[in-house]
Design a protein around this ligand. Structure first.
Ligand SMILES: Nc1ncnc2c1ncn2[C@@H]1O[C@H](COP(=O)(O)OP(=O)(O)O)[C@@H](O)[C@H]1O
Ligand SMILES: [Mg+2]
Length: 351
C-alpha cells in the first residue's frame, strides 16, 4: 500500500470515528451517560491513533534502518549484501533503487579490479618479453667485448644473433604499439567496397608466391560469385591473413607444411577458412587463443618467440569488420581458423 494511502486512512479514521461514535452514543444511551461514554470513546480514539501512527512509523522506520545500514556498508566499501524490497510503497521502491545502485557499483568495482589486474599482467608480460632478448643481446655483446668471439665465424654468429634478437624486440614493440592503437580505437580504418572474389584472389596469389619460396604447399579455393562485395580495409584484412599464416608456419611440426585457404559464401557473410597441418591446439587452450597474451604451454616452452598478441589483434580487426573469428583444431593433426565478414548489401533507394 502506498504511503499516501496509509496516511489518508489514518486521517480518515481519526476524523470520522469520533463523529460516528458520538452520534451513535447520543442516540443510543441516556443523556446522563453520554459523558462517561465519551471518556471511553476518547481512550479508544487515543489508542486507535497511537496504533495507526505506530503502523505508519514501523512501515517507514524498518526499511529506513535497512537503508541506513546499507549506506554505511557502501561507505565502507562493502558491496556484498542485498536489500530486499518488502513493500510496494515509495519506501519499497527506494529500497529497489538502492539495490540497483549497489549492483551497479559492485559491477563497476569488479570491472575495475579486472582492469587493474589486466594492466599489471600486461606490464609484467611486456617486461618479461622484452627482458628475454635484451638479456641475450647483453650476453653476446659481453662475449664480443671479452674477446670470446675470437674467430671471424664466431664473430659473425654473435652479430647475427644480436641482430635477430634486436629484430625480435622490434617486432614485439610493433605488435604492442599496434595492439594499443587498436585497443584504444586510434587506428584509422580505410574501408572500401570491393569484390570478395577479387580481393581474396589477390591475397592468395601473394601468399602462393611467398609460401612457394618457403617450400610450403598451398591449396586455395574461392567459391565466391564475382558480384559479391564486402566492405573491408584491405590492408588490415591482409594483416589478419598474414598473422594466421605466420602462426601456421610457426607452429608446424611436420616435414612438409601444408596450408589451405578456402573462401565460401554463407548467406549474409563471406567465410574464410585457413587450415594447416601443424601441431594443433589442445581443446583446453582453444577457447583462449584469441585472448591478449595467451600462449599455450607448449608454445611458451618452445624456442619459438612470440607474445601472444597476434590473434588478439586479428580478432579485433575482424570484429571491426562486423565479423567473427573462431578456430577448430586437433592436436597432432592441424588447425583451421575460420572468420566471417559481412557482405555488402545494396539497399534499394525508393523513388
Ligand atoms: N596454427 C596454429 N597451430 C598451433 N597453435 C597455434 C596456431 N595459431 C595459434 N596457436 C596458439 O595460439 C597462441 C596464440 O597465438 P598468437 O596470439 O598469434 O601468439 P604468438 O604467436 O605470439 O604466440 C600461440 O601461442 C599458439 O600456442
Ligand atoms: Mg602469432
Amino acid at each position: 500500500m502506498k504511503l499516501r494511502t496509509k496516511l489518508i486512512i489514518v486521517f480518515t479514521a481519526v476524523m470520522i470515528l469520533p463523529t460516528i461514535f458520538t452520534s451513535v452514543a447520543m442516540h443510543t444511551f441516556a443523556p446522563e451517560r453520554v459523558n462517561e461514554i465519551q471518556q471511553v470513546y476518547l481512550t479508544a480514539v487515543f489508542l486507535t491513533t497511537a496504533l495507526l501512527i505506530y503502523w505508519i512509523y514501523r512501515s517507514i522506520s524498518v526499511p529506513l534502518a535497512k537503508l541506513q545500514k546499507a549506506a554505511r556498508n557502501i561507505r565502507e566499501g562493502n558491496l556484498d549484501f542485498e536489500i530486499r524490497q518488502e513493500t510496494d510503497d515509495e519506501i519499497g521502491q527506494l529500497c529497489q533503487d538502492f539495490e540497483e545502485m549497489r549492483l551497479r557499483l559492485k559491477a563497476n568495482a569488479e570491472e575495475k579490479v579486472a582492469y587493474d589486474r589486466e594492466n599489471k599482467e600486461l606490464i609484467s608480460n611486456i617486461s618479461h618479453d622484452l627482458k628475454t632478448p635484451i638479456t641475450a643481446i647483453k650476453g653476446y655483446v659481453e662475449g664480443i667485448m671479452d674477446g670470446v668471439a675470437d674467430t671471424p665465424e664466431k664473430m659473425d654468429r654473435y652479430i647475427k644473433t644480436i641482430y635477430n634478437k634486436a629484430n625480435e624486440m622490434d617486432l614485439l614493440i610493433n605488435e604492442l604499439t599496434l595492439y594499443s592503437k587498436i585497443d584504444t580505437n586510434r587506428i584509422p580504418y580505410n574501408f572500401a567496397t570491393i569484390s570478395a572474389k577479387d580481393y581474396f584472389e589477390d591475397c592468395a596469389e601473394d601468399l602462393h608466391m611467398e609460401l612457394e619460396a618457403k617450400g610450403v604447399e598451398f591449396a586455395y579455393r574461392n567459391w565466391m560469385e564475382e558480384d559479391c562485395k564486402v566492405i573491408v580495409d584491405p590492408e588490415q584484412l591482409r594483416r589478419v591473413i598474414n598473422n594466421i599464416v605466420s602462426n601456421s608456419l610457426k607452429y608446424v611440426d611436420k616435414p612438409q607444411t601444408r596450408i589451405t585457404m578456402e573462401i565460401k559464401d554463407v548467406g549474409d557473410f563471406v567465410q574464410v577458412e585457413m587450415g594447416d597441418n601443424g601441431k594443433g591446439i589442445a581443446a583446453k587452450d582453444l577457447p583462449y587463443i584469441f585472448d591478449r597474451f595467451y600462449r599455450t604451454d607448449a608454445s611458451r616452452n618452445s624456442s619459438k618467440g612470440g607474445s601472444g598478441i597476434g590473434l588478439s589483434i586479428v580478432k579485433k580487426i575482424v570484429e571491426e569488420h562486423g565479423g567473427n573469428i573462431w578456430a577448430a583444431s586437433e592436436e597432432g593433426t592441424g588447425t583451421t581458423m575460420y572468420f566471417v565478414i559481412r557482405k555488402y548489401q545494396e539497399v534499394p533507394i525508393d523513388e
